[in-house]
Design a protein around this ligand. Structure first.
Ligand code: PEP
Length: 251
């Protein structure tokens, strides 16, 4: 049985006190969520330590939103995977479309980042997905396949136990437009097949694939009911504990 996950990506939102309050509210409401659903909050770097303290002893896990592509040294402004592990992160998101679009995140850099994160004991939530132009040109399968091959095909079956894939159609992120359940399932199944081609059916069956893109309590049930959708990476709706937990209750 593969893991069900609902992960909140806070992006560059909330001050530290607001973030701590949000994390505490998520913990307070988490008891209603079935035990087999993993809850994760991904926060800005500044929030990681105080949020780690706020969620200590709870079922909520901590994630970063990014990490450096270098191990350590003279890289001003960067935060390493080892630093993330040292403040209690269990996960890091990598390859979010906003990082690909605004910060020059390439697949090659993502290989380095993934390698460093795994070496430091972090699990990786790797984002893939096409933009609107690519979707309209019917290139969404090809784009996701290339991203997966360029990054994940460099890793081992053992590594795949520590990698979650998030399919995030860029045209659905923060836009209020959600992929239909059929559109999402079609590409999730394709992603699983792409994983199977390299790592085999058994690994593909165990790989958690999340949907991201304007997921909210009102549409999560239909999305999560799909065979190959194992949960969600949630942006906007993760900033309200009740909405985040509402999504987690949608399995
Ligand atoms: C995201 O950025 O990971 C995301 C899914 O955002 P939103 O839910 O706001 O579309």
């Amino acid at each position: 049985m593969r893991k069900k996950i609902v992960a909140g990506n806070w992006k560059m939102n909330t001050t530290v006190p607001e973030g701590v309050e949000l994390a505490k509210a998520v913990v307070a409401e988490s008891g209603s969520v079935p035990a087999d659903v993993k809850l994760i909050v991904a926060t800005p770097f500044t929030h990681l330590y105080p949020v780690a303290e706020a969620i200590k002893g709870s079922r909520v896990a901590l994630s970063a939103e990014n990490c450096a592509d270098k191990e350590k040294g003279a890289y001003t402004g960067e935060v390493s995977a080892a630093m993330l592990a040292s403040v209690g992160c269990q996960y890091t998101i990598l390859g979010h479309s906003e990082r690909r679009q605004y910060y020059g995140e390439t697949d090659a850099k993502l290989v380095d980042k993934t390698r460093l994160a795994l070496a430091c004991g972090l699990d990786v939530i790797l984002c893939v997905g096409e933009n609107l132009e690519e979707r309209e040109a019917g290139r969404h399968f090809e784009v996701c396949e290339t991203q997966i091959k360029n990054v994940l095909y460099n890793f081992s079956e053992e590594d795949m136990k520590h990698i979650v894939i998030a399919y995030e159609p860029v045209w659905a992120i923060g836009t209020g437009k959600t992929a239909t359940a059929e559109q999402a399932e079609e590409i999730h199944a394709f992603i699983r097949k792409t994983v199977a081609e390299k790592f085999g059916e058994a690994v593909a069956e165990e790989t958690t694939i999340l949907y991201g893109g304007s997921c909210k309590p009102s549409n999560a049930k239909e999305l999560f009911a799909q065979k190959d959708i194992d949960g969600g990476l949630i942006g906007g709706a993760a900033l309200k504990a009740a909405d985040f937990i509402g999504i987690a209750l949608s399995f």
